[in-house]
Design a protein around this ligand. Structure first.
Ligand code: DAH
Length: 330
């Protein structure tokens, strides 16, 4: 009796399994090798025509082959499932790592921190905060501040104008806020005005075309130069420490009379200018129609300058370059 070549059947089963690309194909293979019209089923039909002995032997072989094929298909199905699962798992791990952005702590820019600190020193002695626009009129930036027509600060080489008639400009100083505030408010006045200012300057170690100032203005009935000195000395000691030495030297500003600059003695013994100040010129007060019974003092301090001195920063461009290695030191 010719028997089925089982080795050939198993070999072709291996081949078919090797070609599988999706899980449903295992059912098709199972049908192909064990279903009604499979070779094994065909052989089983022939058993009835065999002798008892052959029927028993061949029947056993067919049963063993059926079991072998069944377990082979189940085992391979499981392996296929596992491999699909780990492919999917790997893809998911990769997804997670792609979407994962490391969180950095955030913090304020050093200029904001210094500005806030300066504002809070003056708020602690009763000053309120006022703001003004960065695009200004020549009136607020120059005329009302008693700046004569011939003053070099008005030159187009120094000031960034916004129109041909030189009537509007980017403010060159926060002193503009003195005028705006007094135009809107009656005395007494105790304000500080933080903000950005603009000049037609080349960038060098200590100059930038855009930088920050804090303006201060005190107007009241009996204010004297002693009040100005006391206020600014208090500020300098709060900011730089109580043992820092200061001195006032005469200077000229159109909007103050007398005017002075405040210098701070630095570690290397050098005196460095940190702000301009003075008693508000009576012309300024009359420009905003304040009664002449009022007097006061004003000052303007450069924020970059304060930060450079305190932290020993050697070039102003460090503040604006947004290099994280610089910024995260503060
Ligand atoms: N506005 C001056 C500047 O930018 C600084 C200044 C000097 C402001 C004297 C004042 C002052 O209020 O009284 O250089």
């Amino acid at each position: 009796m010719p028997e089925l070549n089982f080795d050939k059947v198993f070999a072709s089963l291996d081949l078919r399994i090797g070609e599988i690309s999706n899980i449903d194909q295992f059912d098709e293979i199972s049908k192909e090798f064990l279903g009604k019209s499979s070779l094994i089923s065909e052989e089983r039909k022939k058993l009835s025509s065999l002798s008892n002995e052959d029927k028993k032997n061949y029947g056993m072989k067919l049963t063993e082959a059926t079991e072998f094929i069944t377990s082979k298909i189940n085992e391979q199905r499981q392996l296929f499932l596992n491999s699909q699962f780990s492919v999917q798992e790997e893809a998911e791990i990769a997804d997670i790592s792609i979407d994962w952005k490391p969180l950095r702590g955030s913090y304020k820019h050093v200029l904001s921190t210094v500005m806030e600190e300066v504002v809070s020193i003056f708020s602690s002695i009763g000053y309120e905060v006022a703001y003004g626009p960065e695009a200004e009129t020549s009136w607020h930036n120059f005329d009302a501040l008693n700046t004569p027509d011939w003053h070099p600060a008005r030159y187009e080489s120094d000031t960034l104008y916004l129109d041909k008639n030189l009537e509007t400009l980017l403010r060159t100083q926060t002193s503009t806020v003195q005028i705006r505030h007094m135009e809107e408010n009656d005395p007494p006045v105790y304000i500080v005005a933080p903000g950005r200012v603009f000049r037609s300057d080349q960038l060098d170690a200590t100059h930038s075309p855009v930088f920050h100032q804090l303006e201060g203005l005190a107007i009241d009935k009996n204010l004297t130069f002693t009040d100005l000195k006391g206020t600014l000395e208090f500020f300098v000691k709060e900011f730089f420490g109580s043992d820092v030495e200061t001195k006032f030297i005469p200077h000229f500003f159109p909007f103050t009379e007398p005017s002075a600059e405040v210098l701070v003695k630095w570690q290397n013994g050098e005196w460095l200018e940190i702000l301009g100040c003075g008693m508000v010129d009576p012309n300024v007060l009359s420009n905003v129609s304040y009664p002449d019974t009022y007097k006061g003092f004003a000052w303007g301090v450069g924020i970059e300058r304060l930060a450079m001195l305190r932290y020993n920063i050697d070039h102003i461009k460090n503040f604006y370059e947004n290099d994280i290695r610089f910024l995260e030191q503060f």
